[in-house]
Design a protein around this ligand. Structure first.
Ligand code: ADP
Ligand code: ZN
Length: 611
């Protein structure tokens, strides 16, 4: 437990934050967490992606004597973190399968001799007798267990090796441990506590709100055009475009390239070398668009991912939040756009209903799907909806999501719903939306004539709504569970039991009117091609490009990602403050002592030339 040394420890921590990182203050709970761990306490930290988890163990490791051992399952991430720490002048290294025998031995020697501040290691290596012996011979500041949710069998990221990490507590009971994760649910948290023997640890649960991300959900009408419109407005920004299938990743990536967008594909079916090269280009380049399946993302901590697009709905709100959370780690404005249509809704429902999971599991899947569809169809603030789902009540409407920026009208859609449900019934519950809408709108197509659907009672009763409006109605009826896909999977819609009450006018249905998509309405969207929160003058825009070019050049020389030199946020500070001396430059957030020494002159030179 923290003792009388606590204030002194916190002063030391703040001093490290300012001197090494160049940041003026801790964010949110960081100060408390760091104070607690630096004073020798165990901690469990739940913080959203981008919340600033790394500092929570990096700083205590620097404040305490000895080396901080960081367990991480993500090899690519280890290298990036170590690169970033070395840029700050921190003595960091990693041990994993990418090192050859000699390199590994060199790292082990440095660890033993007390020449390291932080050592990153993969879990499978940590529990080997060889490594545990090394730990016995070294002075250890703390153990950090990153991505601690990997210990939970409930999640998709389960790593059996994590189960063995409780050995640390047995072998080194006096060394403080800090477990960190961005997965918030109660089950995972309980698993972490019990499996990692963290019963005594203090729990720090931060808000999961990511205020700098703007959430938008748009009905799909022409998905490629919607995507292209979105990308064309952000020509310099890096982002991720998630697609449901590998095939779709390939087609969309190819098509974007034809449209002149710097896009790359990523999915598990690609050759490992191609995948690695594409990931490297995304991380080390500027403005690359990664089109990917969800295989991409774990372990990507590029801070200036400016947007995440979902071309298809994700599998749950948890997944959605984790995937969109990869945008805007640097705290600058970022966007999340999801496209979804009736086809997706039908497919998702079908997947849950036709799965042969045990009933309890199926019930959970169904609840998760309801939550996701509820989020898509909501007329409330999107952020409020997500945060309430994660158990955070009491948030006000955010003013920064599509439903806040362009309030959604809802109306009593009972009559429209009755017409739609009745056309399904009268055509024999065998047809897809396209045909059903034709019948409602009184379109005498060949198929309508052939099936005799021009002679049924509902033919032409829906002329008051456009084709698109009817599609919106059908989508919501599926989302709310009044319609579902036919069990044979022919793409037809059938009535559910719940539909009866609506048809008998025993239940009313409220429907939302979909607002025009971003392509048609410019309200509430950012100006094109800009990363900064406020518009830049022409001169500043030039300075921004010059600073980015310098950063890229310095990064290329060393083979590191540009953001480890300086973050976008720090370049923005330079533009706003226009320092004219090294002292002034050193005052800016994100300019620590080591970086000022190494890069100060170069950046100052560019700033003065543009002054
Ligand atoms: P997480 O691991 O929780 O996703 P990171 O540790 O990568 O988040 O931090 C996210 C970003 O926020 C990083 O770019 C980091 O440099 C920055 N950051 C963290 N703490 C602070 C702080 N106190 N002041 C300014 N920037 C910070
Ligand atoms: Zn909102």
């Amino acid at each position: 437990m923290p003792d009388a040394r606590f204030p002194a420890v916190q002063d030391a921590a703040l001093d490290v934050l300012r001197r090494v990182w160049g940041y003026p203050a801790f964010r949110g709970m960081q100060g408390d967490i760091i104070g607690h761990v630096a004073a020798g306490g165990d901690a469990l930290v739940l913080m959203p992606t981008g919340g600033g988890k790394s500092l929570c163990y990096q700083i205590p490791a620097l404040v305490r004597p000895g080396v901080g051992i960081v367990v991480s399952p993500l090899i690519a991430l280890m290298r990036d973190q170590v690169d970033a720490l070395r840029q700050l002048g921190v003595r960091a290294a990693y041990l994993n399968s990418t090192l050859d025998w000699r390199e590994a031995q060199e790292v082990e020697r440095a660890c033993e001799l007390g020449e390291l501040d932080l050592l990153y290691v993969a879990p499978e290596r940590l529990v080997t007798p060889r490594f545990l012996d090394l730990l016995e011979r070294s002075r250890i500041a703390l153990f950090a267990l990153d991505e601690a949710h990997c210990v939970s069998q409930w999640g998709h990221d389960f790593r059996p090796e994590y189960l063995q990490l409780s050995i640390l507590h047995e072998r080194f009971p006096l060394v403080p441990r800090i477990a960190l994760t961005a997965t918030a649910d109660a089950q995972t948290r309980a698993d972490i506590v019990s499996r990692l023997a963290l019963d005594e640890a203090r729990q720090f649960v931060a808000s999961f709100d990511r205020p700098n991300i703007t959430y938008r959900v748009q009905p799909k009408d022409a998905e490629r055009r919607q995507l292209l419109d979105f990308l064309r407005r952000r020509p310099e920004d890096a982002g991720i475009v998630y697609c449901m299938s590998r095939g779709k990743v390939d087609t969309i990536a190819d098509w974007l390239k034809e449209q002149g967008i710097d896009a790359l594909p990523y999915h598990a079916g690609l050759d490992a070398a191609v995948r690695q090269a594409n990931q490297d280009r995304f991380i080390k380049g500027e403005g690359v668009v990664m089109v990917a399946t969800v295989a991409f993302g774990m372990g990507i901590d590029k801070p200036n991912v400016r947007f995440v697009v979902h071309m298809d709905p994700p599998r749950s709100l948890e997944a959605y939040y984790q995937e969109t959370g990869r945008a805007g780690r640097d705290g600058l404005p970022a966007e999340a756009l999801m496209l979804y249509g009736i086809g997706d809704v039908v497919q998702l429902r079908q997947m849950v209903e036709s799965s042969d999971s045990p009933p309890a599991y199926k019930r959970t899947e169904r609840q998760k799907l309801e939550a996701l569809l509820g989020f898509c169809e909501t007329a409330r603030c999107r952020r409020q909806t997500i945060l309430t789902y994660f158990g955070e009540d009491g948030h006000q409407p955010c003013g920064n999501c599509d439903t806040c920026l362009t309030p959604v009208e809802s109306y009593d859609g009972t009559v429209a719903a009755q017409k739609a449900l009745s056309v399904v019934y009268r055509t024999g519950q065998r047809f897809g939306v396209g045909h059903l809408v034709d019948v409602l709108r009184g379109q005498a197509t060949d198929k309508v004539i052939e099936k005799g659907h021009d002679r049924i009672k509902t033919f032409g009763v829906g002329k008051d709504l456009s084709k698109q409006e009817w599609q919106t109605v059908f989508r919501q009826l599926v989302a709310y569970g009044f319609l579902c896909a036919d069990p044979e999977g022919h793409g037809g819609l059938v009535l559910t039991e719940a539909a009866t009450a609506v048809l008998k006018s025993q239940e009313t249905v409220r429907l939302r009117k979909d607002p025009a998509s971003e392509g048609r309405s410019r309200r509430g969207t950012r100006p094109a091609g800009r990363t900064a929160p406020a518009p830049l003058s022409k001169g500043d825009e030039e300075l921004w490009h010059a600073l980015k070019a310098l950063r890229l050049e310095l990064a290329r020389e060393q083979g590191v990602p540009p953001y480890v030199i300086f973050h976008d946020a720090t370049l923005m500070e330079m533009i706003h403050a226009k320092p004219d001396s090294l002292e002034e430059l050193g005052e800016l957030p994100g300019v620590g002592g080591r970086k000022l020494d190494r890069y100060g002159d170069y950046f100052l030179d560019v700033i003065l030339r543009h002054g």
